[in-house]
Design a protein around this ligand. Sequence first.
Ligand SMILES: NC(=O)c1ccc[n+]([C@@H]2O[C@H](COP(=O)([O-])OP(=O)(O)OC[C@H]3O[C@@H](n4cnc5c(N)ncnc54)[C@H](O)[C@@H]3O)[C@@H](O)[C@H]2O)c1
Length: 325
Amino acid sequence: MKRILITGGAGFIGSHLCERLLSEGNEVICLDNYFTGSKQNIIHLLDNHNFELIRHDITMPVYIEVDEIYNLACPASPVHYQYNGIKTIKTSVMGAINTLGIAKRTKSKILQASTSEVYGDPEVHPQPEDYRGNVNVLGSRACYDEGKRCAETLFMNYHTQNKVRIKIARIFNTYGPRMRLNDGRVIPAFIGQVLRGENLTVFGDGSQTRSFCYVDDQIEGLYRLLMSDYVEPVNIGTPEEIAIIDFAKEIIKLTDANQKIIYKPLPQDDPLQRRPDITRAREILGWKPKVSREEGMRKTYEYFKSLSKEELFKSAHKDFSNHNR
Ligand SMILES: NC(=O)c1ccc[n+]([C@@H]2O[C@H](COP(=O)([O-])OP(=O)(O)OC[C@H]3O[C@@H](n4cnc5c(N)ncnc54)[C@H](O)[C@@H]3O)[C@@H](O)[C@H]2O)c1
Protein backbone atom coordinates (compact mmCIF):
# COMPACT_ATOMS: atom_id res chain seq x y z
CA MET A 1 0.00 0.00 0.00
CA LYS A 2 1.36 3.42 -1.00
CA ARG A 3 0.42 6.80 0.40
CA ILE A 4 -0.37 9.11 -2.48
CA LEU A 5 -0.96 12.87 -2.48
CA ILE A 6 -3.24 14.31 -5.15
CA THR A 7 -3.30 18.10 -5.23
CA GLY A 8 -6.45 19.34 -6.94
CA GLY A 9 -8.00 16.00 -6.01
CA ALA A 10 -11.50 17.45 -5.63
CA GLY A 11 -11.52 18.65 -9.24
CA PHE A 12 -12.72 16.92 -12.38
CA ILE A 13 -9.67 14.79 -13.28
CA GLY A 14 -8.43 14.64 -9.67
CA SER A 15 -11.62 13.06 -8.35
CA HIS A 16 -11.43 10.26 -10.95
CA LEU A 17 -7.78 9.75 -10.05
CA CYS A 18 -8.67 9.50 -6.33
CA GLU A 19 -11.17 6.75 -7.20
CA ARG A 20 -8.68 4.87 -9.34
CA LEU A 21 -5.84 4.95 -6.81
CA LEU A 22 -8.13 3.94 -3.94
CA SER A 23 -9.41 1.02 -6.02
CA GLU A 24 -5.79 -0.16 -6.32
CA GLY A 25 -5.67 -0.38 -2.51
CA ASN A 26 -3.66 2.80 -1.85
CA GLU A 27 -4.03 5.46 0.80
CA VAL A 28 -5.02 8.70 -0.93
CA ILE A 29 -4.61 12.20 0.45
CA CYS A 30 -6.69 14.68 -1.53
CA LEU A 31 -5.56 18.29 -1.10
CA ASP A 32 -7.70 21.07 -2.52
CA ASN A 33 -8.72 24.68 -1.87
CA TYR A 34 -12.09 24.14 -3.66
CA PHE A 35 -11.53 27.01 -6.10
CA THR A 36 -12.95 25.06 -9.03
CA GLY A 37 -13.31 21.67 -7.36
CA SER A 38 -15.97 20.67 -4.87
CA LYS A 39 -16.63 18.26 -2.03
CA GLN A 40 -19.49 16.92 -4.12
CA ASN A 41 -16.95 15.38 -6.52
CA ILE A 42 -15.42 13.21 -3.79
CA ILE A 43 -18.31 12.91 -1.32
CA HIS A 44 -18.74 9.21 -2.18
CA LEU A 45 -15.13 8.56 -1.06
CA LEU A 46 -15.40 10.13 2.39
CA ASP A 47 -16.41 6.87 4.11
CA ASN A 48 -13.35 5.07 2.79
CA HIS A 49 -10.83 4.89 5.63
CA ASN A 50 -7.97 5.02 3.09
CA PHE A 51 -9.16 8.44 1.91
CA GLU A 52 -8.16 11.71 3.56
CA LEU A 53 -9.20 15.22 2.63
CA ILE A 54 -7.18 18.37 3.33
CA ARG A 55 -8.43 21.89 2.61
CA HIS A 56 -5.25 23.71 1.74
CA ASP A 57 -3.94 26.17 -0.81
CA ILE A 58 -0.92 24.73 -2.59
CA THR A 59 0.68 28.16 -2.96
CA MET A 60 1.52 27.67 0.75
CA PRO A 61 3.98 24.98 1.92
CA VAL A 62 2.64 21.74 3.33
CA TYR A 63 4.45 18.92 5.16
CA ILE A 64 3.20 15.40 4.45
CA GLU A 65 4.95 12.04 4.25
CA VAL A 66 4.05 10.36 0.98
CA ASP A 67 5.35 7.86 -1.59
CA GLU A 68 3.90 9.46 -4.70
CA ILE A 69 2.48 12.83 -5.71
CA TYR A 70 0.18 13.86 -8.55
CA ASN A 71 0.23 17.67 -8.80
CA LEU A 72 -3.07 18.60 -10.43
CA ALA A 73 -3.98 21.76 -8.51
CA CYS A 74 -4.70 24.55 -10.99
CA PRO A 75 -7.88 25.89 -12.57
CA ALA A 76 -8.06 24.43 -16.09
CA SER A 77 -10.63 26.41 -18.02
CA PRO A 78 -10.01 29.95 -19.34
CA VAL A 79 -13.00 31.45 -17.52
CA HIS A 80 -11.52 30.25 -14.21
CA TYR A 81 -7.80 30.70 -14.76
CA GLN A 82 -8.34 34.23 -16.12
CA TYR A 83 -10.52 35.19 -13.13
CA ASN A 84 -7.32 35.93 -11.20
CA GLY A 85 -4.34 35.48 -13.50
CA ILE A 86 -1.78 36.31 -10.81
CA LYS A 87 -3.21 33.62 -8.54
CA THR A 88 -3.13 31.15 -11.44
CA ILE A 89 0.59 31.80 -11.98
CA LYS A 90 1.21 31.47 -8.23
CA THR A 91 -0.68 28.18 -8.15
CA SER A 92 1.40 26.72 -10.99
CA VAL A 93 4.76 28.06 -9.86
CA MET A 94 4.48 28.01 -6.05
CA GLY A 95 2.46 24.79 -6.29
CA ALA A 96 5.29 23.18 -8.25
CA ILE A 97 7.91 24.44 -5.78
CA ASN A 98 5.92 23.25 -2.76
CA THR A 99 5.11 19.80 -4.14
CA LEU A 100 8.64 19.32 -5.50
CA GLY A 101 9.87 20.23 -2.02
CA ILE A 102 7.83 17.35 -0.57
CA ALA A 103 9.11 15.00 -3.29
CA LYS A 104 12.72 16.00 -2.63
CA ARG A 105 12.39 15.55 1.14
CA THR A 106 10.43 12.28 1.03
CA LYS A 107 12.14 10.90 -2.10
CA SER A 108 8.72 10.33 -3.64
CA LYS A 109 7.87 10.15 -7.34
CA ILE A 110 6.02 13.21 -8.58
CA LEU A 111 3.86 13.83 -11.64
CA GLN A 112 3.05 17.29 -12.97
CA ALA A 113 -0.27 17.80 -14.74
CA SER A 114 1.04 19.98 -17.55
CA THR A 115 -0.94 20.86 -20.61
CA SER A 116 -1.14 21.04 -24.38
CA GLU A 117 -1.32 24.80 -23.80
CA VAL A 118 2.47 24.82 -23.44
CA TYR A 119 2.38 24.55 -27.27
CA GLY A 120 0.25 27.75 -27.45
CA ASP A 121 -1.15 28.25 -30.95
CA PRO A 122 1.03 25.60 -32.58
CA GLU A 123 2.70 26.00 -35.97
CA VAL A 124 3.52 22.28 -36.00
CA HIS A 125 0.76 19.77 -36.39
CA PRO A 126 0.22 17.35 -34.71
CA GLN A 127 2.35 18.41 -31.74
CA PRO A 128 5.21 16.13 -30.66
CA GLU A 129 6.81 16.68 -27.26
CA ASP A 130 9.96 18.25 -28.72
CA TYR A 131 7.95 21.07 -30.33
CA ARG A 132 8.73 24.18 -28.28
CA GLY A 133 5.44 25.97 -28.77
CA ASN A 134 4.09 29.32 -29.86
CA VAL A 135 2.78 31.09 -26.77
CA ASN A 136 1.86 34.77 -26.67
CA VAL A 137 3.63 35.74 -23.46
CA LEU A 138 1.36 38.77 -22.95
CA GLY A 139 -1.90 37.20 -24.13
CA SER A 140 -4.97 36.52 -22.03
CA ARG A 141 -4.09 32.82 -21.72
CA ALA A 142 -0.46 33.43 -20.73
CA CYS A 143 -1.08 33.21 -16.96
CA TYR A 144 -1.97 29.56 -17.51
CA ASP A 145 0.38 28.67 -20.38
CA GLU A 146 3.46 30.37 -18.95
CA GLY A 147 2.70 29.18 -15.41
CA LYS A 148 2.61 25.60 -16.67
CA ARG A 149 5.76 26.11 -18.76
CA CYS A 150 7.60 27.46 -15.72
CA ALA A 151 6.36 24.50 -13.66
CA GLU A 152 7.84 22.10 -16.23
CA THR A 153 11.16 23.96 -16.01
CA LEU A 154 11.08 23.68 -12.21
CA PHE A 155 10.36 19.96 -12.47
CA MET A 156 13.30 19.40 -14.80
CA ASN A 157 15.63 21.45 -12.57
CA TYR A 158 14.64 19.50 -9.46
CA HIS A 159 15.41 16.36 -11.43
CA THR A 160 18.83 17.42 -12.70
CA GLN A 161 19.91 19.19 -9.50
CA ASN A 162 18.29 17.02 -6.83
CA LYS A 163 17.56 13.71 -8.59
CA VAL A 164 13.83 14.05 -7.90
CA ARG A 165 11.93 11.36 -9.82
CA ILE A 166 9.72 13.56 -11.97
CA LYS A 167 7.05 12.86 -14.60
CA ILE A 168 5.52 15.50 -16.86
CA ALA A 169 2.16 14.72 -18.47
CA ARG A 170 1.09 17.14 -21.19
CA ILE A 171 -2.64 16.68 -20.93
CA PHE A 172 -4.79 17.44 -23.97
CA ASN A 173 -8.53 18.29 -23.80
CA THR A 174 -10.11 15.78 -21.45
CA TYR A 175 -13.83 15.35 -20.83
CA GLY A 176 -16.28 13.26 -18.87
CA PRO A 177 -18.57 13.26 -15.83
CA ARG A 178 -17.82 15.96 -13.18
CA MET A 179 -16.65 18.57 -15.66
CA ARG A 180 -18.27 21.83 -14.67
CA LEU A 181 -21.23 22.70 -16.79
CA ASN A 182 -20.55 26.42 -16.82
CA ASP A 183 -16.80 26.62 -17.29
CA GLY A 184 -16.91 27.77 -20.92
CA ARG A 185 -15.22 24.68 -22.38
CA VAL A 186 -16.80 23.42 -25.53
CA ILE A 187 -18.27 20.11 -24.32
CA PRO A 188 -20.10 21.41 -21.23
CA ALA A 189 -21.00 24.56 -23.17
CA PHE A 190 -22.71 22.62 -25.97
CA ILE A 191 -24.39 20.11 -23.66
CA GLY A 192 -25.54 22.91 -21.34
CA GLN A 193 -27.06 24.72 -24.31
CA VAL A 194 -28.84 21.55 -25.42
CA LEU A 195 -30.25 20.96 -21.92
CA ARG A 196 -31.39 24.58 -21.57
CA GLY A 197 -32.99 24.52 -25.02
CA GLU A 198 -30.64 27.23 -26.35
CA ASN A 199 -28.94 27.41 -29.73
CA LEU A 200 -25.36 26.09 -29.88
CA THR A 201 -22.67 28.81 -30.07
CA VAL A 202 -19.72 28.23 -32.39
CA PHE A 203 -16.85 30.74 -32.24
CA GLY A 204 -15.32 31.81 -35.58
CA ASP A 205 -16.39 29.70 -38.54
CA GLY A 206 -16.04 26.48 -36.55
CA SER A 207 -13.17 25.16 -38.67
CA GLN A 208 -10.82 25.19 -35.64
CA THR A 209 -10.18 21.65 -34.48
CA ARG A 210 -9.95 19.95 -31.10
CA SER A 211 -9.28 16.42 -29.92
CA PHE A 212 -11.08 15.04 -26.89
CA CYS A 213 -9.82 12.37 -24.51
CA TYR A 214 -12.27 10.54 -22.24
CA VAL A 215 -11.35 10.85 -18.57
CA ASP A 216 -10.88 7.08 -17.97
CA ASP A 217 -8.27 6.99 -20.75
CA GLN A 218 -6.57 10.08 -19.33
CA ILE A 219 -6.38 8.51 -15.84
CA GLU A 220 -4.85 5.34 -17.30
CA GLY A 221 -2.21 7.43 -19.11
CA LEU A 222 -1.31 9.43 -15.99
CA TYR A 223 -1.14 6.25 -13.92
CA ARG A 224 1.14 4.48 -16.40
CA LEU A 225 3.38 7.54 -16.65
CA LEU A 226 3.84 7.74 -12.89
CA MET A 227 4.66 4.03 -12.82
CA SER A 228 7.28 4.43 -15.55
CA ASP A 229 10.89 5.55 -15.18
CA TYR A 230 10.50 8.12 -17.93
CA VAL A 231 11.50 11.72 -17.20
CA GLU A 232 10.82 13.73 -20.37
CA PRO A 233 7.31 15.15 -21.05
CA VAL A 234 4.69 12.80 -22.50
CA ASN A 235 1.56 13.90 -24.39
CA ILE A 236 -1.60 12.24 -23.11
CA GLY A 237 -4.57 12.85 -25.36
CA THR A 238 -6.56 11.59 -28.30
CA PRO A 239 -5.06 12.07 -31.76
CA GLU A 240 -8.46 11.94 -33.44
CA GLU A 241 -9.34 15.49 -34.42
CA ILE A 242 -12.71 17.08 -35.15
CA ALA A 243 -13.71 20.55 -36.36
CA ILE A 244 -15.87 22.37 -33.80
CA ILE A 245 -18.66 22.84 -36.33
CA ASP A 246 -18.79 19.08 -36.98
CA PHE A 247 -18.68 18.43 -33.26
CA ALA A 248 -21.68 20.73 -32.71
CA LYS A 249 -23.59 18.75 -35.33
CA GLU A 250 -22.54 15.48 -33.67
CA ILE A 251 -23.91 16.68 -30.31
CA ILE A 252 -27.19 17.76 -31.86
CA LYS A 253 -27.52 14.27 -33.34
CA LEU A 254 -26.46 12.46 -30.16
CA THR A 255 -28.95 14.34 -28.01
CA ASP A 256 -31.80 14.40 -30.54
CA ALA A 257 -31.91 18.16 -30.11
CA ASN A 258 -33.43 20.46 -32.69
CA GLN A 259 -31.45 23.57 -31.85
CA LYS A 260 -29.66 25.71 -34.44
CA ILE A 261 -25.99 26.65 -34.56
CA ILE A 262 -25.13 30.35 -34.17
CA TYR A 263 -21.73 31.98 -34.78
CA LYS A 264 -19.76 34.45 -32.62
CA PRO A 265 -16.29 36.06 -33.10
CA LEU A 266 -13.26 33.94 -32.17
CA PRO A 267 -11.76 34.93 -28.76
CA GLN A 268 -8.17 36.22 -28.57
CA ASP A 269 -5.44 33.55 -28.68
CA ASP A 270 -7.90 30.71 -29.25
CA PRO A 271 -5.72 27.97 -30.77
CA LEU A 272 -6.82 26.97 -34.27
CA GLN A 273 -5.55 23.41 -34.18
CA ARG A 274 -4.81 20.97 -31.41
CA ARG A 275 -3.83 17.36 -31.83
CA PRO A 276 -1.30 15.35 -29.84
CA ASP A 277 1.36 13.22 -31.41
CA ILE A 278 1.14 10.26 -29.01
CA THR A 279 3.98 8.17 -30.45
CA ARG A 280 5.91 8.58 -27.18
CA ALA A 281 2.98 7.49 -25.00
CA ARG A 282 2.44 4.45 -27.23
CA GLU A 283 6.09 3.43 -27.21
CA ILE A 284 7.07 4.24 -23.62
CA LEU A 285 3.81 3.53 -21.79
CA GLY A 286 2.06 1.16 -24.19
CA TRP A 287 -0.85 3.57 -23.87
CA LYS A 288 -3.48 4.70 -26.33
CA PRO A 289 -7.03 5.95 -25.79
CA LYS A 290 -9.69 3.26 -25.95
CA VAL A 291 -13.02 4.99 -25.38
CA SER A 292 -14.74 6.19 -28.57
CA ARG A 293 -16.08 9.73 -28.72
CA GLU A 294 -19.60 8.34 -29.09
CA GLU A 295 -19.33 6.22 -25.94
CA GLY A 296 -17.59 8.93 -23.93
CA MET A 297 -20.05 11.61 -25.00
CA ARG A 298 -23.00 9.38 -24.13
CA LYS A 299 -21.68 8.88 -20.57
CA THR A 300 -20.94 12.59 -20.24
CA TYR A 301 -24.39 13.56 -21.49
CA GLU A 302 -26.01 11.17 -18.97
CA TYR A 303 -24.04 12.85 -16.18
CA PHE A 304 -25.06 16.36 -17.21
CA LYS A 305 -28.68 15.26 -17.57
CA SER A 306 -28.66 14.14 -13.94
CA LEU A 307 -27.77 17.64 -12.68
CA SER A 308 -30.39 19.82 -11.02
CA LYS A 309 -32.12 22.72 -12.79
CA GLU A 310 -30.34 25.10 -10.42
CA GLU A 311 -26.96 23.69 -11.51
CA LEU A 312 -27.98 23.97 -15.16
CA PHE A 313 -28.66 27.70 -14.95
CA LYS A 314 -25.84 28.63 -12.54
CA SER A 315 -23.30 31.12 -13.88
CA ALA A 316 -19.57 30.31 -14.00
CA HIS A 317 -18.92 33.18 -11.63
CA LYS A 318 -19.74 31.74 -8.26
CA ASP A 319 -18.43 33.85 -5.41
CA PHE A 320 -14.66 33.54 -5.73
CA SER A 321 -13.96 36.47 -3.40
CA ASN A 322 -12.11 34.28 -0.88
CA HIS A 323 -9.74 33.15 -3.63
CA ASN A 324 -8.22 36.52 -4.47
CA ARG A 325 -4.87 36.04 -2.84
N1 LIG B 1 -9.26 18.96 -18.18
C1 LIG B 1 -8.43 19.17 -19.17
O1 LIG B 1 -8.80 19.05 -20.33
C2 LIG B 1 -6.98 19.51 -18.89
C3 LIG B 1 -6.14 19.76 -19.98
C4 LIG B 1 -4.82 20.08 -19.73
C5 LIG B 1 -4.33 20.13 -18.45
N2 LIG B 1 -5.17 19.89 -17.41
C6 LIG B 1 -4.61 20.00 -16.06
O2 LIG B 1 -5.07 18.96 -15.24
C7 LIG B 1 -5.28 19.43 -13.91
C8 LIG B 1 -6.70 19.09 -13.48
O3 LIG B 1 -7.61 19.73 -14.37
P1 LIG B 1 -9.19 19.59 -14.22
O4 LIG B 1 -9.77 19.63 -15.57
O5 LIG B 1 -9.51 18.49 -13.30
O6 LIG B 1 -9.52 21.00 -13.56
P2 LIG B 1 -10.37 21.36 -12.25
O7 LIG B 1 -10.48 22.84 -12.22
O8 LIG B 1 -11.62 20.57 -12.20
O9 LIG B 1 -9.42 20.84 -11.09
C9 LIG B 1 -8.39 21.60 -10.52
C10 LIG B 1 -8.47 21.43 -9.02
O10 LIG B 1 -7.39 22.18 -8.43
C11 LIG B 1 -7.92 22.89 -7.31
N3 LIG B 1 -7.06 24.07 -7.10
C12 LIG B 1 -6.94 25.17 -7.88
N4 LIG B 1 -6.05 26.02 -7.35
C13 LIG B 1 -5.61 25.46 -6.20
C14 LIG B 1 -4.70 25.86 -5.19
N5 LIG B 1 -4.05 27.05 -5.26
N6 LIG B 1 -4.48 25.04 -4.13
C15 LIG B 1 -5.15 23.85 -4.02
N7 LIG B 1 -6.03 23.42 -4.97
C16 LIG B 1 -6.26 24.22 -6.03
C17 LIG B 1 -9.34 23.24 -7.71
O11 LIG B 1 -10.17 23.57 -6.63
C18 LIG B 1 -9.77 21.97 -8.42
O12 LIG B 1 -10.30 21.03 -7.52
C19 LIG B 1 -4.97 20.91 -13.92
O13 LIG B 1 -3.66 21.12 -13.46
C20 LIG B 1 -5.07 21.28 -15.37
O14 LIG B 1 -4.24 22.37 -15.69
C21 LIG B 1 -6.48 19.59 -17.61
